[in-house]
Design a protein around this ligand. Structure first.
Ligand code: PEP
Ligand code: MN
Length: 334
């Protein structure tokens, strides 16, 4: 819209968009308002709008994802999780055990990561395990323990949801829903999570392209959930010396293509605790808005992902390095 477009002109366009059976998504920026017109073959209606007052220009969005694109929204999005803002100029550290195993270890980890500067606590209750013979998580009991940890420490909590039928119950307990790598293309799940307003941590599928990842974000956005944070967690390559190959390129690339915040999970991205520190620093330097780090009081006894989990001591050590780097780069830790 033109920068002096009136509310009436905006309303008239929205009305016409809806009359055509399309959806209008309004983004109010600092300089101008953009009306995203979404629907099947929306661009074919271009002529019908061409002469309406208040329009500055009608631009087809060149990418298959629309609402997730920078073309649609120029300003970086900020996603608020509890009282934490994930977005530009800040680094949000999310930490905790791969799985919630019991109350004692969860509380110990929660207090320790809080003390070190993490702003959100993450723990898995519904675990997507490759083998059916390994620990599958505590389910709702794990969510209850997370809610207790939040009450005690004040940290907002994050946990994975695996099936559309569990969205309601998981959303009742957590501040942010995680969609894991194995479910990035679970479209019924994306649609269900898209119907809620809960912040979402959308991990990249381990064999997904950046475009597929952004199209998954589009499912969430187009269903009405605008609180999407993307998480690069490593992809499958020919290299087997590490568990996955963390695609550091994806961080600045996605920031060019999309307004959504991007964070990095160096724990799954490497699979090896000794690599988590250096790769975390690389992610911050590359422009990530946050880090997701697995921490366990006794990694050697962890029921999942012990090999990539940091001890509390190693996490403290890493956080002091991260703080120095953030100071040098003028990034606020939030
Ligand atoms: C996890 O975060 O513990 C997890 C299972 O992650 P991913 O989906 O990235 O494998
Ligand atoms: Mn894990």
């Amino acid at each position: 819209m033109a920068h002096d477009a009136t509310e009436e002109q905006i309303k008239a366009i929205v009305k016409k968009v809806e009359e055509k059976g399309l959806k209008a998504e309004i983004s109010k920026g600092a300089e101008r308002t953009v009306i995203g017109v979404v629907g099947i073959n929306a661009i074919s209606y271009r002529e019908a709008f061409a002469h309406m007052p208040g329009i500055h220009e009608i631009v087809p969005i060149s990418t298959p994802y629309k609402l997730a694109s920078r073309e649609f929204k120029r300003e970086d999005s900020v996603v608020r999780v509890g009282d934490v803002n994930i977005g530009p100029g800040t680094l949000t550290v999310i930490a905790g055990p791969c799985s919630v195993e019991n109350e004692h270890m969860l509380m110990e980890t929660a207090w320790a990561v809080k003390k070190a500067g993490a702003k959100l606590l993450r723990g898995g209750a519904f675990k997507p395990r490759t083998s059916p013979y390994t620990f599958q998580g505590l389910g709702e009991e794990g969510l209850r323990l997370l809610a207790e940890a939040r009450k005690a420490t004040g940290l907002g909590v994050v946990s994975e949801v695996m099936s559309p039928g569990d969205v309601e119950v998981v959303a009742q307990y957590v501040d942010m829903l995680q969609i894991g790598t194995r479910n990035m293309q679970n479209y019924p799940l994306l649609q269900e999570v898209g119907r809620t307003q809960k912040p979402v941590l959308l991990k990249r599928g381990m064999s997904s392209t950046v475009e597929e990842w952004l199209l998954s974000a589009e499912y969430l956005l187009s269903r009405g959930n605008k609180n999407v944070v993307l998480c690069e967690r490593g992809i499958r390559t020919f290299e087997h010396a590490t568990r996955f190959t963390l695609d550091i390129n994806a961080v600045p690339l996605v920031k060019e293509l999309s307004h959504l915040p991007v964070i990095v999970d160096p724990s799954h991205g490497t699979g090896k605790w000794s690599l988590v520190g250096p790769v975390s620093l690389a992610a911050v330097a590359a422009g990530a808005s946050g880090l997701l780090i697995e921490v366990h009081p006794k990694p050697e006894e962890a029921l999942s992902d012990g090999a990539q989990s940091l001890t509390i001591e190693a996490f403290n050590d890493l956080m002091s390095k991260i703080k120095k780097l953030c100071t040098a780069l003028d990034i606020k830790i939030d």
